[in-house]
Design a protein around this ligand. Structure first.
Ligand code: GTP
Ligand code: MG
Length: 194
């Protein structure tokens, strides 16, 4: 798919701000700092469309980006960031849950995991919840540039095993060097053909 246009539309702080336009929403979810905003930028070849930061907890709202006037990329807050108050964490948690349950047309939820780490308790909760609710989701491993090729393959196998999935279910990416972006687009193109 050729990206002809990618524009930031709006941010929502609660369900009164959610966009209900019935075009597919492709959602980037995962732990704080896992690389959601970076992946979105890298897929679109736009360095600063979604704001990124070394400090976890950068994205605090549901941010909508309209692509080709055809579908949304949605950047949502990360979960599991220990340094924000419990109250704040709960607020983000319910924002994410409200967004997912109130959006009419979720294309796919991309759940991002850092290739270097085992899934956290929160990651597992999220995956269990996605499985239970039946939302279409796909795991993307991020920051693959931080491991050697061999180590990366080893971690891909290891994580697949831990999650009860096959290796090819996990898309390996690096927003830093662009590896894996083609695989994510291949997956997105298939989602459109279905
Ligand atoms: P929150 O909005 O806080 O939930 O974080 P996020 O998941 O959107 O993460 P973000 O994209 O802001 O990236 C967090 C940090 O990881 C930044 O310093 C990025 O530069 C870095 N980062 C993201 N992706 C990659 C990657 O593929 N490789 C490397 N080396 N660093 C990455
Ligand atoms: Mg972010």
């Amino acid at each position: 798919m050729q990206v002809r246009s990618a524009v930031f539309v709006t941010s929502a702080a609660d369900s009164s701000g959610f966009l209900k336009r019935p075009i597919p929403h492709f959602v980037f979810a995962g732990r704080s700092n896992v690389g959601k905003s970076s992946l979105l930028n890298s897929l679109l070849n736009r360095k600063k469309l979604a704001k990124t930061s070394q400090t976890p907890g950068k994205t605090r709202l549901v941010n909508y980006f309209l692509i080709n006037d055809q579908f949304f990329f949605v950047d949502i807050p990360g979960y599991g960031y220990a340094k924000v108050s419990k109250q704040e964490q709960e607020k983000w948690g319910s924002l994410i849950e409200d967004y997912l349950t109130e959006t009419p047309f979720i294309g796919v939820i991309f759940l991002l995991l850092d290739i270097r780490h085992d899934p956290s308790v929160h990651d597992r909760q999220m995956i269990d919840w996605l499985r239970a609710t039946g939302f279409p989701f796909r795991i993307i491993l991020t920051k693959a540039d931080k491991l050697s090729r061999n180590k990366g393959l080893q971690q891909q196998r290891n994580l697949a095993k831990q999650l009860g999935m096959s290796n090819t279910d996990l898309i390996v990416t690096s927003s830093q060097n662009g590896n894996g972006m083609r695989d994510v687009w291949t997956f997105l193109n298939q989602a459109f053909e279905e």
